[in-house]
Design a binder for this molecule. Structure first.
Ligand SMILES: Cc1ncc(COP(=O)(O)O)c(C=O)c1O
Length: 428
């Protein structure tokens, strides 16, 4: 498959206009494609796995809006659910039956979640889960893992301080030192560092993406999640799983089902909104009834539990039966194996779990953020540009994952693997 030269006159035009009125021309940084050293392509429409940009270029999409679109773009059943909800009114600021249906479905799937509070974004959901954890424990400190992302909450935009168990320092301009003072950042997969932090501080909660996918996919090593559960219990801290990506993707009940490790609080997003803005957090009745209006922890949202988002999320979950997960796993395994074969003996690591794949341009396996950062991001960029030129839309950053969907068929995997092999030739 020879590379094509992307015609991007209309995208270029829109980007020029966008840069005048949107910082960097985008509403969320990764979309700008800076880390693969090119300008963004503006999307016109998409259906299934087909993504078409404003210049008429067609791509097989492997990001699926970064996770929500597990059934592909514009799935007819999800569109019908949204249309039906919209016909009845778009938002009421009052409770609806759909919110109860969705909460019941989430509770049915995730045994550790007895009650749910919905929000409009994953950021809000993590922020609120942390507030509940602090209220419930009467402690301040949150332990997070380097390279994990839980949304752009001030306190978690933190880098590790000078020692393993010292307070975090702001990772973004505009974040107060006082906001990151109560955050301790430790390396992923390093249970000794977690133990040290738990000994050194009164920790309210350890928050983890159980299958971190925001430094590329870096699965937990054997026993790590189990050890986090034991250590948090020993030290009276809560364990929060941020399943915004892994939830309803790696297994019907998320990473906690896959690994059999039960957190105290779970943060959810992406899939539960079916492509519309929705997220949530949940846990035991005791913890969740700390929330207003029953409890003393304030949390609210004008569009929380929005009827359109709830309808899209519920329809999305209803189509995720056991057969769907088997198929998602098969597609993921086929893609990962195909990419590994295409890479041959090149210095590339292909990592996967059901629904997620990362290709690290690294000679050695990646087990934490330091190692992920050492990957050859320039080579990754060249590879991605080679894929785009062959009609494949990859995550335009080394520190993300390909999101496999149920709309990806064996022929899409085959075309992607063929393009990937050719794009590897562009790099080396
Ligand atoms: C694991 C994880 N948590 C939280 C968030 C934040 O979600 P949102 O972008 O909806 O605020 C993200 C976003 O990608 C995420 O990947």
């Amino acid at each position: 498959m020879p590379p094509i030269s992307l015609t991007d006159a209309k995208s270029a035009d829109l980007f020029a206009r966008a840069r005048r009125v949107l910082p960097g021309g985008v509403n969320s940084p990764v979309r700008a494609m800076r880390s693969i050293d090119r300008d963004p392509l503006f999307v016109e429409r998409a259906s299934g796995v087909d993504l078409i940009d404003v210049d008429g270029n067609r791509f097989i999409d492997w990001i699926g809006s970064w996770g929500p679109l597990i059934h592909g773009h514009a799935h007819p059943r999800i569109l019908a659910a949204i249309h039906a909800a919209a016909d009845a009114g778009t938002t009421f600021g009052a409770p609806t039956a759909g919110e109860v249906d969705l909460a019941e479905e989430i509770v049915r799937r995730i045994p550790s979640v007895e009650m749910v509070r919905m929000t409009s974004s994953g950021t809000e959901a993590s922020m609120s889960a942390i507030r509940v954890a602090r209220a419930a424990t009467g402690r301040d400190v949150i332990v997070k893992f380097a390279g994990a992302y839980h949304g752009h909450i001030d306190g978690l935009l933190a880098d590790a301080g000078s020692g393993l168990a010292t307070q975090g320092i702001p990772a973004s301009a505009g974040v107060l030192e006082s906001a990151t003072k109560a955050t301790v950042v430790v390396p992923w997969n390093d249970v000794d560092a977690v133990e040290q932090a738990l000994r050194a501080h009164d920790v309210a909660a350890v928050i983890a993406e159980p299958y971190p996918a925001n430094m590329g996919l870096v699965p937990p090593q054997d026993g790590v999640l189990q050890r986090l559960r034991e250590l948090t219990e020993e030290h009276g801290a809560l364990l929060i799983f941020d399943e915004v990506i892994s939830g309803f993707r790696v297994a019907p009940g998320g990473a906690q089902e896959l690994t059999n490790v039960t957190p105290d609080l779970t943060v959810m997003g992406k899939i539960i909104g079916g492509g519309l803005p929705a997220a949530a957090f949940g846990g035991s009745r005791d913890l969740m009834e700390r929330l207003a209006p029953v409890g003393d922890v304030y949390q609210a949202g004008t569009l929380s539990g929005n009827p359109l988002a709830v309808a899209a999320g519920l329809e999305t979950l209803r189509m995720l039966d056991d057969e769907a997960y088997l198929r998602l796993k098969e597609t993921t395994d086929a893609l990962a194996t195909g990419l590994r074969d295409a890479a041959r003996d090149r210095p590339v690591q292909v990592v996967s779990v059901t629904g997620l794949v990362t290709v690290f341009f690294s000679e050695t396996p990646v087990t934490n953020y330091e190692q992920a950062k050492a990957a050859d991001t320039a080579a990754y960029g060249r590879w991605c540009r080679g894929l785009l030129a062959r009609g494949i839309y990859p995550p335009p950053s080394q520190f993300e994952a390909l999101f496999v969907s149920l709309a990806h068929e064996p022929e899409h995997v085959a075309q992607t693997v063929e393009a990937a092999a050719a794009a590897f030739e562009d790099v080396w």
